[in-house]
Design a protein around this ligand. Structure first.
Ligand SMILES: *[C@@H]1O[C@H](CO)[C@@H](O)[C@H](O)[C@H]1NC(C)=O
Ligand SMILES: *[C@@H]1O[C@H](CO)[C@@H](O)[C@H](O)[C@H]1NC(C)=O
Ligand SMILES: *[C@@H]1O[C@H](CO)[C@@H](O)[C@H](O)[C@H]1NC(C)=O
Ligand SMILES: *[C@@H]1O[C@H](CO)[C@@H](O)[C@H](O)[C@H]1NC(C)=O
Length: 495
């Protein structure tokens, strides 16, 4: 083993799996979200959300017209699902609260008791099985009533979200130590209010996504301050946010491409992380959008501005950072960028694409690039002064949901190795890892065609029967040994 270790040093471990044990307190878990697994879309007093509305009125938004009306039926099968989580032997289970199940029209003046009871039951069941609940307060399913009032592009949403978050802390906070205010705001702002390819399907590229993000950041900060002032001393939990990004690899070693890589990461990740960890939007975003807005004949930037007070209020509002990372892309500057092109990608003036050489998953955006995770974690550490990080999502999709899911096993093993390398070689402070997903589920616009589950779900059976894939045994083994290879060096007890 020691020989292996030394060899590994010499060969700088390329394509070699990390052979050091994960720390004893490292958290291994799995994740889901409400709309993707619960079903029971209109049962027991749940209100309509923006995905219900979009997919009922416009079924062609998803492959095969699939929607979340029933999906995995986890609302009725939560005990069975907790038993599966228990069987995995994980430390934690990350799930989300459906805002419209708790508050049918989005407002706190009308609370749905059955929804409250459902999440109390779920959390109690997890606790009874010694599983730490990691709770996402918002995972894309805005109550339709709030969308009708303007949704994430209206400034009113900040107070509505704050009321909702306070209610969640009050109702469930006694049993929850890890809160995540938002899941992947970049996706629901950009696709929901810019490109119009996700609910609520609004096309306002170049303005809508920035307005959405501005309100999300204020809502996040307000929720963090509420927790800090009203709940932390009695509940002793932590509040973070979940941000997603690819690793953006410079297409060549040219200075231009390296700058393009940083610019892209600032536009994708810094958009949210910079205000929270450093204060204000990244400089390159402010500069690019201002310059392009003026060139387009506008009198001011399409990127909203924070006041100095707001910058201070948002800064420092994360006790930990959740990172969703699956994939990578190559980047280079757009040559002679069209100044009139509207949208968030155009504003970055960077183009990105996937290399032909990379293995693909079922999801068109997913390529197997485990070397990217260490680079990304290192970049995050350097940018944001070494925050505490948990990988809140990472996983692999296939089309057929095969039980013999060796590609998923390879993927998880290699990415975990990259995570361990980042901890080891770069001192990145990663305290946990979470596989997406517990179950095959509704993969948004790809419907049931992109399967990420550790457990197969039979969507043709009214029982939605769950069956363990090969990756379940593989993950159990990693959790038991805390090791990715046959024999590991126990660094903690070795030095
Ligand atoms: C989807 O259906 C809606 C309503 O029938 C229609 O207006 C729209 O053009 C369709 N979109 C696509 C992409 O087919
Ligand atoms: C960039 O330079 C490094 C170190 O010299 C080399 O290993 C790598 O292959 C180069 N990358 C490209 C895309 O040329
Ligand atoms: C559904 O589950 C019930 C109870 O376990 C069982 O009796 C029934 O045969 C199942 N139906 C299908 C279609 O699998
Ligand atoms: C689950 O964890 C317990 C305690 O560490 C261990 O004894 C058991 O073998 C594990 N089960 C599996 C299936 O790995």
């Amino acid at each position: 083993m020691e020989y292996l270790y030394i060899l590994c040093f010499l060969a700088s471990c390329y394509a070699t799996l990390n052979n050091k044990k994960f720390p004893d307190d490292f958290m291994f878990g799995t994740a889901t979200s409400s709309y993707q697994i619960e079903g029971a879309w209109n049962e027991d007093g749940k209100g309509e959300n923006i995905w219900d509305r979009l997919l009922h009125t416009n079924p062609n938004f998803t492959v095969n017209g699939d929607n979340g009306d029933i999906t995995c039926n986890s609302y009725h099968k939560y005990k069975e699902d907790v038993a599966l989580v228990k069987d995995l032997n994980v430390t934690h289970y990350r799930f989300s609260l459906a805002w419209a199940r708790l508050l049918p029209n989005g407002h706190v003046d009308q609370i749905n008791d059955a929804g409250v009871q459902y999440y109390k039951n779920l959390i109690r069941e997890l606790r009874a099985n010694n599983i730490e609940p990691l709770v996402t307060i918002y995972h894309w399913d805005l109550p339709q009533g709030l969308q009708d009032e303007g949704g994430w592009t209206s400034s009113d949403i900040v107070d509505r979200y704050a009321d909702y978050a306070r209610l969640c802390f009050r109702l469930f906070g006694g049993d929850v130590r890890y809160w995540m205010t938002f899941n992947e705001p970049k996706e629901f702002c950009w696709q929901g209010y810019g490109e119009g390819t996700n609910a609520p399907g609004i096309k306002a590229a170049g303005t809508g996504e920035y307005l959405c993000a501005h309100h999300v950041l204020k809502a996040h900060a307000t929720a963090w301050h509420i927790y800090d002032e009203e709940f932390r001393s009695t509940q002793n939990g932590q509040v973070g946010i979940v941000l997603d990004t690819n690793w953006y690899e410079p297409a060549t070693n040219s200075t231009e491409d390296k700058i393009a890589s940083d610019t892209k990461l600032q536009f994708i990740f810094g958009w949210y992380a910079n205000p929270i960890f450093r204060g204000d939007y990244p400089e390159v975003m402010r500069n690019n959008i201002q310059r392009r807005s003026l060139a387009q004949g506008l009198t001011k930037s399409r990127l909203p501005e924070f006041t100095p007070e707001e910058i201070e209020y948002v800064k420092g509002t994360a006790d930990f950072l959740g990172v969703n990372m699956y994939s990578s892309a190559l980047v280079a500057p757009i040559e002679n960028p069209d100044v009139n092109a509207m949208g968030y990608e155009a504003d970055s003036e960077v183009r990105d694409w996937l290399s032909e050489n990379w293995k693909k998953g079922a999801s068109p955006w997913l390529v197997v690039t485990p070397w990217g995770v260490q680079k990304l974690l290192r970049w995050i550490k350097e940018q944001y002064n070494n925050p505490r990080i948990i990988i809140t999502e990472n996983g692999y999709s296939d089309y057929d949901g095969t039980l013999d899911d060796v590609d998923r096993i390879d993927y998880i093993q290699q990415y975990l190795s990259g995570v361990r390398d980042a901890m080891d070689e770069d001192g990145v402070d990663v305290f946990g890892y979470t596989v997406w997903s517990l179950l095959d589920n509704l993969e948004w616009v790809y419907g049931f065609t992109n399967k990420f589950g550790l457990y197969h779900v039979d969507f043709n059976s009214p029982n939605r029967t769950r069956t363990a894939k090969k990756s379940v045994g593989f993950y159990q083994n990693i959790i038991r040994t805390r090791c990715l290879v046959d024999y590991c060096i126990d660094i903690q007890n070795y030095w």
